[in-house]
Design a binder for this molecule. Sequence first.
Ligand code: GLA
Length: 380
Amino acid sequence: MPLRKIFVAGCCLMLAGMSGCGDNKTSSDADAPATFGTLHDGRNAMLYTLGNKNGLEAAITNFGGIVISLRVPDRKGALEDVVLGYDSLRQYEADRSYFGAIVGRYGNRIGNAKFTLDGSEYTLAANDGGNHLHGGLKGFNKVLWTADEKRSVPGRSLTLTYSSPDGEEGYPGALSVTLMYTLNDENELVIEYEAVTDKPTVVNLTHHSYFNLAGAGTRDVLDHELMIAADRFTPVDEGLIPTGELQSVEGTPMDFRAPTRIGDRIDYEDGQIHRGRGYDHNWVLNRDSDLLQVVASLFEPTTGRVMEVLTTEPGLQFYSGNFLDGTTRGKSGREYRFRTGLCLETQHFPDSPNKPDFPSAVLRPGERYHTVTAYRFTAR
Ligand code: GLA
């Protein structure tokens, strides 16, 4: 597995092959943010466009830190938008699918919407049956983030901040979050997350784009070939809460160690597949360090597009769009039918606050939460 050292330097993250602070694109009117829309409370959300020398383009709004569109080339160089989403801000305000969003304070589920930390029990918003999902009723996907102009490079990187008050959605501690998106010349959309707290709390930030490398809204994702570098996954109960076991993928439909067509085993008679209505599970990534590392790759045969996922995180949720049912109309009015997009959410394991044996998601005052994930696009 290729490893790359992460250096956090002043204004920007320096990954090998990534443009540094000095050689970024210069600002121009084309890089200036546009107004994306007006929220119900009257505030404006902005739209920021990032691009690189190869013509890739990402449009991101400070509402929910949402990636609205991501245009990447196929094997002939043709650019296409590969993420599901909507045309208007109002649709994103109403969205229940987390299209393109930043998810927090805790991405994924917390069982019974409760956890105990340092002897105190905390009750969270229960928004998924009796469980807590993706930060609650108003997670980080539904808040207006503040663009930090000093730490952004117009047209190249966008830094957003959000101060989550003590007690928000039931979580202890005021949490200051910084999020940086960068589109570099290695065709990577890099997401760097940072957070500090004033009281012990739990944090698990992730990104929830639904990818379809054939082009958003065109077809289902079953012909995509997926590799996940994981020997184990975390099996779940009926409510999709991990049982606590780390199960071998050997001999199960969860074995993606070699690239495998997603549709091949998605409807297997298998208890875990049945509970997830397909794939909706966390894989325990094979890691040899906590440095940024390639943990998954996705290939779409008709266009040749390839997406690699790099992360510093221990887990990856592969969700095969099983709740999409065609009732959601996305960009250009396209119907988003069953399994027409898939998410690869880098994360700590679901329900870690209640699972002492899982890697800890606790953040304490004086510590700095810092994770990096990158989606890298090529074609073959
Ligand atoms: C996640 C979960 C899914 C589902 C989607 C949103 O990725 O794992 O179960 O809740 O978000 O629809």
